[in-house]
Design a protein around this ligand. Sequence first.
Ligand code: HEM
Length: 414
Amino acid sequence: MDNRIQEGTNWDIGAKPKSHLKLLILETTENTSSKDLRLGLKSIWQVLQSLKSGVVPSLGSDYPVDPKELEVLIGYGHKFFEREDLIVPTPEGMLLTNRFPQPNNIESKQVIPGSGIIYDEDIQENVADAELVIQLTANSQLSVNRGHVEILKLLNAMDEENPLETGRIKIKEAFDGFGREDHRSWIDFHDGISNLRKGEERKQVVAIKPDNSGGQDWTHNGTYMVFMRLPVNLKVWSEVPYNEQEILVGRTKKSGCPIIRIAPDGTPVPDPRCPVSGTREITEEGNEQFREPSAVVSDEIKLSHVQRANHHRSPVFKPDSRRIYRQGFEFVESVGNTGDYRVGLNFISFQDDPDRVLFILTQPDWLGNLSFGGDPNNQYNGIDKLVTARAAATYFVPPDNTEVLFPGENMFPR
Ligand code: HEM
């Protein structure tokens, strides 16, 4: 079996994250058989492969469109593995302990027990906890929207053919996002800077390997996606003084250089060698060695977001290192008809074991009990609510290979 990691994971040398994201969360109506779901997915996959080659089904190949490097990935959620007729055992990483609960099942509304990130008050349901996810990424908004709309057209046509309420696939939610060419986040600091070297290092973190597949060879070169839709409270952030912001992140705001200690007057002290002469930002050539902040920092800086999220453990292929490959996309959306706006991050990470992320999110020395970082007993005004959640889930992203009609087809009964 020549298993490949699905596209859209951007682990390989030369891979470049695309500028636009559409994350479709799919569910099925009650009693939809695995057989019907398999047939539906087969058709959805065909439409998406056609769009990848520039052919819109109703226009045909004589009137091609530019697919703008559309990439398509499919993942399976915990609800999918509740099916009793699947012909493979549940993959190791889809244990119930790795399932993000529904907000109403936890009094504190934590995104997962032990995390300091809580659901927004208006969230009653975690919609990401569904059967399936389809990640569409491309270099234009049209391309990912076209993928979304062509699936809608297909599902409508399938519903018309099928008068029954069962056997239907629905798009439960569609989350939008976009990449930032300035490599920054809504808190204005650089983001995605320390993110493992492309190629072998990233693959070692992303790909399920023989030693962590629990003997399930068919999952090799599969991966797990962890997704969280995370609003950022800009009002809270703007009230944090400049120096405190840098101390909380663990980097300087303008250059992105790592902070190593705090001076007696409270000023954060960056690594004096960064940025190298002739450059202004960490993203510029010559500053590669500063992209992963040093492990040798003062105790106060160990509390920063970057130091809590990465304890510099190696080798990275071991899930114990807790290294993850993040592929975030930002969002801006209106809050109902209030005239208010919500901004945030579609946190998406790929790793061979979802516990790498869940550990970071829940352990006290890491990001556990915190919304972002700092000292849990001395949180700056409101900073404990800086980052909140609207949806979260873990998905198994099966390998692709020439023997299946779509990734994961081998899990379905015939
Ligand atoms: C909206 C929420 C978040 C924002 C705005 C944010 C922002 C940042 C920023 C500005 C950096 C520094 C740039 C870099 O090193 O790449 C960073 C690094 C990082 N963040 Fe976050 N982050 C968020 C949520 C999270 C969550 C929930 C996790 C983990 C579950 C996480 C894990 C990491 C990791 C692993 C690093 C790299 C640390 C390193 O290797 O030095 N972040 N984040």
